[in-house]
Design a binder for this molecule. Structure first.
Ligand code: SF4
Length: 354
């Protein structure tokens, strides 16, 4: 049976449901690297210069893990642009080149290119992958693409309704979509502005979502917003989309900020990431005007859990004080606040009690 190794990093986090449907339909077995551990990070760090961002170091670590497993064909796409002049950072664009120049071991790279600016589109990308496995039947390739979309759409429809990342992924791969049924009202809501590969990799994100949920905070991410909603929100702020990941970051934050239903924004980015620093600055500028608190947490391979938790707790504590202050110390404003923020009585009681 034909096999393909997929590193559990970078595009895996947003696109794996599609990859699963596509490769399975073509009869290609997927071998996934193991979940990220400190060893994965250390392995990746051995090959790249220290100022490379953490997600790329992690990607290299996952590739090493696949090679250790004996995998000799690995998916290393080059995603140049996802729309006309909607670009990725140089590392994601040049991923195959990075790997070719640092890993001196024999294996075959499946390295399709997506570059919509240059007219290399989505179908070209997937036809090229199939052709690398000597599959040329256009009808079969088309049905594999459709299968990929079907599973991806099931996954995203679940996350849009509030099902968590892990549950939605599991259910989509089993082809048994589930409903979201644990909508507990929490006193605070935040949106985390970050790439899927930073946010949903529990080792990289130091489990930020679970930590916040334990602090009784409702968390929103890019998976709760459609691309259309994110794009329209960017435009509503008077900005333009330049980066391929902009919908995930600027668009998602803008969407929740404009809705007025969140108490704060947590920007989670890798140390040394150029696009993130620009996008966070842009959102910080609008947060200031809208009086929405924002904290920027940067991560690298040295990030310690204790300091990370302290900063999170301090931020959550500040949000709670701010909200309690509005609800208790300025009684005239309560009605206005409740109306504006669409806050219900259960939520109000929780804030005052906490
Ligand atoms: S967008 Fe930033 S974090 Fe992601 S690969 Fe590029 S430099 Fe690294």
């Amino acid at each position: 049976m034909k096999k393909i190794g997929i590193p559990r990093a970078i595009s895996y986090y947003n696109n794996y449901p599609f990859y699963f449907g596509f490769f399975n339909k073509l009869g290609i077995e997927i071998i996934l690297s193991d979940k990220t551990t400190t060893k994965t990070i250390n392995d990746g760090c051995k090959y790249v210069v220290s100022d490379t961002c953490l997600p790329i170091k992690v990607y290299v670590g996952h590739l090493c893990n696949l090679l250790d497993k004996g995998c000799d064909t690995i998916f290393v796409p080059s995603i140049q642009s996802t729309g006309f002049k909607i670009n990725n950072c140089s590392k994601i664009r040049g991923l195959p080149e990075i790997i070719r120049n640092i890993i001196n071991k024999p294996f075959k790279m499946i390295e399709p290119t997506l570059d919509k600016t240059e007219g290399i589109g989505f179908y070209d990308f997937w036809y090229s992958v199939a052709n690398d496995f000597e599959i040329y039947d256009k009808k079969l390739i088309k049905s594999a693409i459709n299968e990929g979309w079907k599973i991806y759409n099931d996954f995203h429809n679940m996350t849009l309704k509030g099902v968590s990342y892990n549950k939605a992924l599991k259910a989509a791969l089993k082809r048994k979509p589930i409903e979201h049924n644990d909508d507990i009202i929490k006193p605070l809501s935040v949106v985390i502005m970050g790439h899927g590969y930073n946010l949903f990799d529990e080792r990289i994100s130091l489990n930020i979502i679970k930590k916040l949920e334990k602090m009784d905070v409702k968390v929103f991410t890019s998976l709760n917003v459609t691309p259309k909603e994110a794009l329209e929100s960017i435009k509503e702020l008077g900005e333009v989309q330049y980066w391929a990941n902009e919908l995930e970051l600027t668009g998602t934050s803008a969407y929740y900020m404009l809705k007025g239903e969140i108490d704060g924004i947590i920007a989670l980015s890798a140390f040394g990431c150029g696009p993130d620093s620009l996008m966070v600055d842009e959102i910080a500028h609008h947060c200031k005007k809208a009086e929405v608190p924002l904290i920027h947490l940067t991560i690298d391979e040295q990030t310690g859990e204790a300091g990370f938790i302290t900063r999170l707790e301090a931020f959550v504590d500040m949000l709670l004080r701010k909200k309690r202050n509005i609800l208790t110390k300025k009684p005239i404003k309560i009605k206005e606040y409740i109306q504006n923020k669409n806050i219900d009585n259960i939520k109000k009681e929780k804030i005052l009690a906490s």
